[in-house]
Design a protein. Structure first.
Length: 179
């Protein structure tokens, strides 16, 4: 089974979540199918998803939107994405809450199995002066609200679905409840 994890990131937080997901997925699935591969790539580096059996796409959230690289990937590959199991995730909220704006419209894709919102990470020393001005306005302080344990749990849920899919390819049931 070939799995793609594609992330769009400005400061690395979402890419790191992608790597955490990838390591749990590979660990879980290689025990079931030794040919499993998990590619963790920047969304901008993905030319085609035709070679994959499943995809997980994530983006950092900025002013209530996904980053352009993730939006473009979804727009360009939508027809292909509709034929495979797909999960979406965002990295955004900095205080454990889920404020308005953390469910960008791209993540309401009816063909995705689920959209999960993980916390975000903020480090003022890495921000541009414009970004610093924005976070000053919303009074966001430095911190890391991501939970590697939550990410690993989600990866285990995904592994369960994919393991079943690998053994007995069935039409994946998509739930709008999670979107
Ligand atoms: C300028 C700026 C705007 C942001 N806007 C939002 C937002 O609208 N909603 C949200 O949940 N998080 C927002 N965040 C928090 C980021 O989504 C969070 O820091 C995320 O982890 C960044 O991911 P990245 O490092 O992969 O780019 C914002 C952060 C910055 C610096």
């Amino acid at each position: 089974m070939r799995i793609l994890i594609a992330t769009a990131t400005r400061h690395g937080a979402t890419r790191e979540i992608g790597r955490w997901l990838g390591s749990t997925l590979l660990h879980r699935l290689s025990g079931i199918d030794s040919t499993t591969t998990v590619d963790v790539r920047d969304a901008s580096d993905v030319d085609s998803i035709a070679e994959y059996d499943a995809a997980i796409i994530g983006s950092g959230v900025y002013m209530g939107r996904w980053l352009k690289d993730a939006r473009s990937l979804i727009a360009r590959e939508q027809a292909e994405l509709e034929t495979m199991p797909v999960w979406l995730f965002s990295s955004g909220p900095l205080d454990g809450s889920t404020p308005t704006g953390t469910r960008p419209k791209e993540t309401k894709a009816h063909w995705a199995i689920e959209h999960r919102v993980f916390g975000g990470k903020l480090d003022h020393s890495r921000l541009s002066s414009f970004e610093r001005a924005v976070v000053r306005l919303i009074k966001a302080g430095d911190g890391d609200s991501r939970s590697p344990a939550d990410v690993a749990r989600w990866a285990e849920d995904i592994s369960g679905v994919l393991a079943e899919h690998a053994q007995r390819p069935v039409r994946v049931v998509r739930s709008r409840d999670h979107l």
